[in-house]
Design a protein around this ligand. Structure first.
Ligand code: NAD
Length: 250
């Protein structure tokens, strides 16, 4: 994207994990970024390490007033909004019978409503600025089902669908909207997960946050004809099931 100079980006959940890698990748492209997150010390430290082109603002993505303040600050500090990365997310472990109603709602609130609110408030600004890019961090849980994380799966499928609706509405305004679907990535969110989760994938390893950030960078700066599409980085996990031929070992 060539229209990034003198414009701003907002990355939610940018204080750590995938979001922090995205912030660093955008900063490397000389894109000025506001990090919106609940984690103040981590977010401030990251912004400080990146210099004048980054700043931290405390943001709960479910809070409309907070969103307005972050978007206002981004535009006041760095120029009209060009990029929104809806990355903030949480997971709750619990089956259909065991997850509490409150937690189901909370997961959907943060992962889906939070991203909707961001797009709802950012879209008029992107439109007014002549265009921009929105990247929504969904998951392979937005492509297939997983047992024991129903709220998370519902939120990530929702975000995938919302991405398409937004792309259809905003395309004529030169605003591209895509979703990214990572498989297991090494971050604080997956700290408790066993590495064997990735064992059956064609690429039998976890991904790294920088690998997701590289996809975000590509979507923001180069994928000028892509909108409404899913971009998958999952080590091949959703390619199908490995059956194995007789006598074959992996
Ligand atoms: N790590 C993985 O394996 C993986 C795989 C697929 C998708 N994802 C998605 O990638 C995104 C980033 O995940 P991660 O692995 O880096 O997790 P993480 O827990 O390391 O980071 C998530 C960030 O979001 C912030 N956050 C949480 N709730 C928030 C709220 N209400 N308002 C603002 N910020 C909030 C957290 O403070 C944290 O900094 C999430 O949407 C997650 O669902 C992660």
């Amino acid at each position: 994207m060539t229209e990034l100079e003198g414009r701003s980006a907002v990355v939610t959940g940018g204080a750590r994990g995938i979001g922090a890698a995205v912030v660093a990748a955008l900063a490397k492209e000389h894109i000025s970024v506001v990090i919106g997150d609940l984690l103040e010390p981590e977010g401030t430290a990251l912004a400080d390490s990146l210099g004048a082109g980054a700043l931290f603002r405390r943001l709960d993505v479910t809070d409309e007033a907070g969103w307005r303040a972050v978007l206002d600050d981004a535009e006041a500090e760095f120029g009209p909004l060009a990029v929104l990365i809806n990355n903030a997310g949480i997971v709750d472990f619990g089956g259909i019978e065991s997850e509490s109603p409150a937690m189901f709602r909370h997961v959907v609130d943060v992962n889906l409503y939070g991203a909707w609110l961001g797009m709802h408030l950012a879209a008029p600004r992107l439109r007014a600025a002549g265009g921009g890019v929105i990247v929504n961090i969904s998951s392979t849980a937005g492509l297939i089902g997983y047992a024991g994380v129903g709220g998370y799966v519902a939120s990530k499928w929702g975000l995938r669908g919302l991405t398409k609706a937004a792309a259809l509405e905003l395309g004529p305004a030169n605003v591209r909207v895509c979703s990214i679907h990572p498989g297991p990535i090494h971050t604080p969110m997956t700290e408790q997960m066993d590495e064997s989760v990735a064992a059956a994938q064609p690429l039998a390893r976890f991904g790294e946050p920088e690998e997701v950030a590289a996809m975000v960078r590509f979507l923001v700066t180069e994928a000028t004809y892509s909108t409404g599409s899913e971009f998958v980085l999952d080590g091949g996990a959703t390619a199908g099931q490995v059956v194995g031929l007789p006598g074959e070992t992996r």
